[in-house]
Design a protein around this ligand. Structure first.
Ligand SMILES: [Ca+2]
Length: 118
C-alpha cells in the first residue's frame, strides 16, 4: 500500500535528478545485495558506500552522517531515513525494491536510518 507521503518522497527524488553533476568514477561500485539497504555519498550510486542490514542510529561512524545522496533498497521492507540521530527529526521513506539515484530534499540530510517501524 502506498500512502501520499511515500509517493511524494519518490517524486521529489526524481525531479531533482537533472540538477546533479555528471562526474562518474569508472570504478564505482553501484551493486547492492538482496536483503540490504545500500547508500552512497554521491548521486547515482557513486562514492563512499554503506551496506546495511541493521538499524543505524548514528551514521557518523560510517562517514555518512549528513552525506547520503543516493540509495538502493533491496530489502523486503521499507526503510526510513531520519534528519536526526537515533531516528529523530523529519523522516523519509525508501520503498522496498526502489533504487533512488537522488534523494531530493533528503540529499545530505540523513543522520540515522532503520527499517520503518510503521
Ligand atoms: Ca552527499
Amino acid at each position: 500500500m502506498q500512502t501520499p507521503s511515500r509517493i511524494a518522497f519518490a517524486v521529489a527524488a526524481i525531479t531533482t535528478g537533472a540538477l546533479m553533476g555528471t562526474v562518474v568514477p569508472a570504478s564505482a561500485d553501484d551493486s547492492c545485495p538482496a536483503g540490504a539497504l545500500c547508500v552512497w555519498e554521491h548521486a547515482n550510486f557513486q562514492g563512499h558506500k554503506g551496506v546495511f542490514y541493521e538499524p543505524q542510529p548514528d551514521l557518523t561512524r560510517q562517514g555518512l552522517d549528513k552525506n547520503i545522496s543516493s540509495l538502493k533498497n533491496h530489502d523486503n521492507e521499507d526503510w526510513c531515513l531520519y534528519a536526526g540521530k537515533y531516528y529523530g527529526g523529519a523522516d523519509g521513506r525508501a520503498l522496498s525494491g526502489r533504487d533512488l539515484p537522488t534523494l531530493g530534499v533528503f540529499d545530505d540530510l540523513t543522520r540515522s536510518l532503520q527499517p520503518c517501524p510503521y
